[in-house]
Design a protein around this ligand. Structure first.
Ligand code: MN
Length: 214
């Protein structure tokens, strides 16, 4: 199957204004055979976490409003959004107000992922993708399951649930609030907004109460 295309990603953004990658160049990362895994923490209109899994030359992407949970009894809604370019895997910064996704973006976790099923394309089609994460914060076995409703009535986006499988990485700990900093720069959202000329007060709303920006 051919590389997935990024038309929707590019149509939604003005690359004269946003610092996000335009997805036009071939990925600069060396071909290792490993598949990239990333979670962005994104304080836009609403705070959410964007789970991204490399597949066929792009990052498949899901917006998870409440973020991942390490508790296998917790199902987190994950709305599938447009595929993102591989370059997005290193992006951290501020998307200008008024632009698509305007707000502060933090690289919250990264690493690699491994499919737990033989055929990822058919798993995506069938709506049940089992995978292992090898991140700095998230590890072990997970599943994305498309809900029976399938497509959100208002958004038109495919709705999935993100669920932790039971393994030694499962836990009752609240990983999102216990580990609120960037995996690449150790910054909080407020730090990133301050460094990149964003809205610091709005970004800080996504940081845990009591956390100390620099
Ligand atoms: Mn987002």
């Amino acid at each position: 199957m051919a590389k997935r295309i990024l038309k929707e990603y590019q149509r939604k953004r003005n690359f004269e204004v946003t610092p996000e990658p335009d997805g036009d160049k071939s990925p600069s990362a060396p071909k290792t055979g490993l598949l990239l895994y990333v979670i962005h923490k994104h304080q836009a209109t609403h705070l959410h976490y964007d789970l991204r899994l490399e597949w066929r030359g792009v990052l498949l992407s899901w917006a998870v409003p409440k973020g991942p949970s390490l508790d296998p009894s917790v199902k987190r809604l994950a709305a599938q959004v447009e595929d993102h370019p591989l370059d997005y895997g290193t992006f951290e910064g501020v998307i200008p107000e008024g632009e698509y996704g305007g707000g502060t973006v933090m690289l919250w976790d990264y690493g690699t992922w491994t499919p737990e099923i033989p055929d990822v394309d058919s798993a995506l089609k069938e709506g049940e993708l089992k995978f292992t994460l090898h991140g700095k914060k998230l590890r072990g076995s997970w599943v994305l399951v498309r809900t029976r409703l399938g497509y959100g009535r208002s958004s038109g986006k495919p709705q999935w649930l993100l669920i932790k499988h039971r393994d030694r990485f499962a836990s009752a700990r609240d990983v999102a609030s216990e580990m609120p900093r960037s995996v690449s720069s150790a910054r909080l959202l407020a730090d990133i907004a301050r460094d990149e000329h964003g809205d610091v007060a709005r970004a800080a709303k996504g940081d845990p109460a009591g956390s100390r920006a620099r």
